[in-house]
Design a protein around this ligand. Structure first.
Ligand code: APR
Length: 484
């Protein structure tokens, strides 16, 4: 994977914005395996648009056109949204004013969770009745007798299209008809020579007038719309950012261009925006508190707590130190001095006692604090303890059920919960066990045992969070910044 180069300007623009418009084209679905239209492997290189995507083509040979759309529906139905689609859906949840304008008809944005969306070219998954004008949803399959059978037609489509002899398309099922009125159905897709819906365009142009940032992703500008949208938005003062593998008709209007694959650029761009947003919040709380800010990151095993902690430290720099939860180990002498030896046999784990002590010490003192770290693998204290120097403004601690213990919860100034998509957490934990040498079967058993032990405490912890971060296929998104 080529390292993604993203300018700070784009990250800053997205961190400061609260009104964002995203315009997408076929390129955002390329990494889901769906061919684009132009370029080396483009659909219009292998098929003739005028035979397949015009009103005249449908009038001339409606069956062929339906077979073409069946073939594409079959292809798109098997494809999965890629990380770029998930980031666009995460942006919709994050920005108060957001609109997705997509030229794509493949349905992947809605399958990734996008809702505030305008499909300016319609959708493969809808059909329109030529008689009454109603639009009907199409199932994830293709047609036979007006009902749906999955794309058996695709081989016929390929053959008759290759022979480019529509008249030869074999005897096919009757055309799909509208159950309500018996009218003939056509794909609810905008064809060449047809006009955009005025109301839809009005919604798009209104959103562009107010947008602070417009991302234009994976479109060649082969049809004029994205170029017109970029020109209008730029005129209205928005920052135009193009994400594409090559220069296009849009490029001259872009303030910034991020060159590469959308599926790689968007997750990295979004991670940097979210970590930046979080560190803004942390610094603001640090100023408000005027001393050492104790930050806790909790979440289920495999959620990515340590990765998030390290990402925050990378931005906060030398002012921050990360203290791993299960790294603590206090010798008995220290416990005796604090009158806690008796609790050592208590049901809670030894980590818990050590953790309480460490957080309490780090919180209470503004002097350097040494923490004897404990290696779980070696089952003994690690020689060089972690020393938290006086100048440390931000102490980041992380653990599965960190906020469960009152002594720790009350000592933390900021509680962040990493709410992870369960499938992602499970995959991370199993992979980690396997990296440690466990077989897949052992790794799964370890995960399931640990997960059972953790589940109720993790959810109890979740309730104490002030900042909720959702981790899914888009990476991290700050879902809620609560409390003062
Ligand atoms: N990441 C980002 N961009 C990509 C990627 C990728 N992984 N792969 C390809 N691209 C870019 C190409 O460089 C190209 O600029 O996506 C763009 C795809 O351009 P087109 O194939 O022309 O598709 P699009 O711009 O969406 O076409 C617009 O034309 O034929 C009509 O109705 C059709 O909606 C379509 C419209």
């Amino acid at each position: 994977m080529i390292p993604v180069i993203i300018s700070g300007t784009v990250v800053t623009a997205l961190r400061r914005a609260n009104r964002v418009v995203v315009v997408t084209g076929a390129g955002i679905s390329a990494e889901s395996g769906i061919p684009t239209f132009r370029g080396a492997e483009g659909l219009w290189r292998n098929f003739k648009a005028e035979d397949l995507a015009t009103p005249a083509a449908f009038a001339r040979n409606p069956r062929l056109v339906w077979e073409w759309y069946d073939w594409r529906r079959n292809l798109c139905g098997k494809a999965q949204p890629n990380p770029a689609h998930h980031v666009v859906a995460a942006m919709e949840r994050f920005y108060h004013h957001f609109l997705l304008v997509t030229q794509n008809v493949d349905g992947l944005h809605s399958r990734a969770g996008s809702r505030r969306m305008v499909e300016v070219h319609g959708s493969l998954w809808r059909a329109r009745c030529l008689k009454c004008g109603d639009t009907v949803e199409l199932p994830m399959t293709s047609f036979e007798d007006g009902k749906a059978v999955v794309g058996r037609v695709s081989s016929r489509v390929a053959r008759c299209l290759e022979e480019e002899n529509p008249a030869r398309s074999p005897g096919l099922q009757p055309l799909p008809t509208h159950a309500a009125c018996g009218g003939t159905l056509r794909p609810a897709v905008l064809w060449f020579g047809e006009s955009y819906e005025p109301a839809m365009l009005q919604q798009v142009f209104t959103a562009l007038e107010e947008a602070q940032v417009v991302l234009i992703i994976g479109t060649s500008g082969g049809v004029a719309l994205p170029v017109d949208l970029a020109a209008q938005a730029r005129q209205a003062g928005a920052t135009i950012v193009e994400i594409n593998r090559e220069r296009t008709a849009v490029s001259r209007l872009a303030h910034e261009r991020l060159e590469g694959r959308a599926g790689e650029i968007l997750p990295e761009l979004w991670r940097r925006v979210q970590v930046g947003h979080l560190t803004d919040e942390i610094r603001a709380r640090g100023r408000h508190k005027g001393g050492r800010l104790m930050i806790g990151i909790a979440g289920p095993p495999g959620a990515g707590k340590s990765t998030l902690a390290q990402a925050l430290k990378a931005v906060l720099g030398r002012e921050a130190v990360v203290v791993p939860m299960d790294g603590f180990h206090f010798p008995n002498a220290r416990l005796d001095a604090l009158g806690l030896r008796a609790r050592k046999g208590a049901p809670e784990t030894f980590d818990r006692l050590a953790f309480e002590l460490a957080v309490a010490e780090l919180r209470a003192t503004q002097k350097p604090v040494s923490l004897p770290l404990y290696s779980r693998e070696l089952h003994e204290p690690v020689a060089d303890a972690l020393t938290v120097p006086l100048a440390t403004s931000f102490v980041i601690v992380e653990g599965n059920y960190l906020f469960l213990w009152p002594e720790v919860r009350n000592a933390l100034d900021l509680k962040i919960y990493l709410d992870c998509d369960p499938a992602l957490a499970r995959a991370s934990v199993i992979a980690r066990h396997q990296q440690g040498g466990a077989s897949e079967e052992e790794a799964v058993r370890k995960f399931e045992t640990n997960d059972r032990l953790n589940s109720e405490t993790v959810h109890a912890t979740r309730g104490a969070a002030e900042i909720m971060i959702r981790r899914n296929a888009a990476g991290w998104t700050v879902e809620r910044v609560g409390g003062t």
